[in-house]
Design a protein around this ligand. Structure first.
Ligand code: SF4
Ligand code: SF4
Length: 333
């Protein structure tokens, strides 16, 4: 939620934005225009990476302001087929496979078709209740088509669907789902279950089963998804997980606060702007000495797996990586 009273008009948010080249004066002017409800230039320049919410030092959440007016003014040239794809999320056939009630349940949101086939399996997920499909769709993806109203409108529906699984704890595979859960206080919705980020779940599992771990001794470039901007408390947990499985997250330009959006959607809308950035992202990982590119979001993996692989960076989904350290899958060569 945009917190107008927290904004001191410092301009940091749009000075740091990787997708525009604003000086401080222009950045401040853009925020001022938005605060006056004007259709500022940033509305159409912004690729909805959500990063400025994290760049803002005061917690004012400038992306939420931008996203709100992107919807008001219809600022993004989103193709109709992409809008239809988003609207179809809720129609994806759903299923609830019952497992051991003493274990947390796992929600895949609508990500099942986008996951590598061996992403879910093995000891970490053995006999868990698994919910998937449109009934469990989290709606966060709408921010990427320049709309914020579907999130609030469907927040209760999302929480009720997860609650209907009947588990005290629900592990959220998709970073978007955890991001959506982080917005519930602003919508005044209380959770009747404990929501667990997939990274938290795997870190706990690996910690409790250290004897099963074979440290991988690999260097990886991490592709931090946009949704992680809402769940910044997960970053140290992820670092712990990497350490536990013997993986070095290489220091590189486009990680952590300076991570790039995967470019999956906007490389189709603004190819001249975004494709060179995607190439720079891959190059950055290679130059930092990584063997592989590791993804937390299946859609980021869909966007970057081929260019990463074509350039010698093996694409690996995060659950696959942990399964490799548990000796269940081979590290790709
Ligand atoms: S969401 Fe990303 S692209 Fe949009 S203004 Fe903020 S930092 Fe820039
Ligand atoms: S939203 Fe945050 S970063 Fe942007 S101008 Fe206001 S205080 Fe500064």
């Amino acid at each position: 939620m945009w917190n107008k009273e927290k904004c001191n008009l410092c301009g940091d948010c749009l000075v740091k934005c990787l997708y525009v080249n604003y000086d401080r004066e222009k950045a401040i002017q853009q925020i001022e225009e938005l605060m006056e409800g004007k259709p500022a230039e940033i509305l159409s320049e912004c690729v909805t990476c959500c990063a400025c919410n994290e760049y803002c030092p005061t917690g004012a959440n400038p992306f939420d302001l931008i996203n709100h007016f992107q919807e008001v003014y219809g600022s993004l040239p989103i193709p109709d087929k992409v809008k239809r794809f988003m609207d179809a999320g809720v129609e994806v056939p759903s299923s609830l496979e019952r497992g051991d009630d003493s274990k947390p349940a796992l929600s895949l949101c609508v990500m099942d078709p986008f996951l590598p086939k061996d992403a879910i399996g093995g000891q970490m997920f053995d006999n868990m209740t698994i919910a998937k499909g449109g009934d469990y769709f989290c709606y966060l993806g709408y921010v990427h088509i320049g709309m914020d109203s579907p999130l609030k409108a469907n927040a209760k529906r999302f929480v009720d669907a997860l609650a209907s699984i009947g588990s005290k704890e629900v592990v959220l595979l998709h970073a978007d789902c955890h991001a959506m859960i982080s917005k519930m206080p602003e919508y005044g919705i209380e959770l009747p279950f404990k929501a667990i980020h997939i990274v938290e779940y795997m870190k706990e599992y690996v910690q409790e089963h250290r004897g099963n771990v074979r440290p991988l001794g690999r260097k990886i470039a991490y592709q931090r998804p946009c949704a992680s901007r809402y769940s910044t408390e997960i970053e140290p947990v992820l670092d712990e997980l990497f350490e536990l499985i013997g993986v070095e997250r290489v220091e590189r330009k486009y990680d952590r606060e300076s991570a790039q959006c995967c470019g999956g959607l906007f490389s189709r809308i603004y190819p001249d702007r975004i494709k060179p950035m995607m190439e720079a992202n891959i190059r950055d990982g290679i130059e930092a000495g990584a063997d592989a590119m590791v993804f937390l979001c299946p859609l980021c993996m869909g966007a970057l797996a081929k260019p990463a692989s074509d350039n010698g960076l093996k694409p690996i989904f995060i659950t696959q990586l942990v399964r490799m350290a548990l000796g269940e899958l081979a590290f790709p060569v």
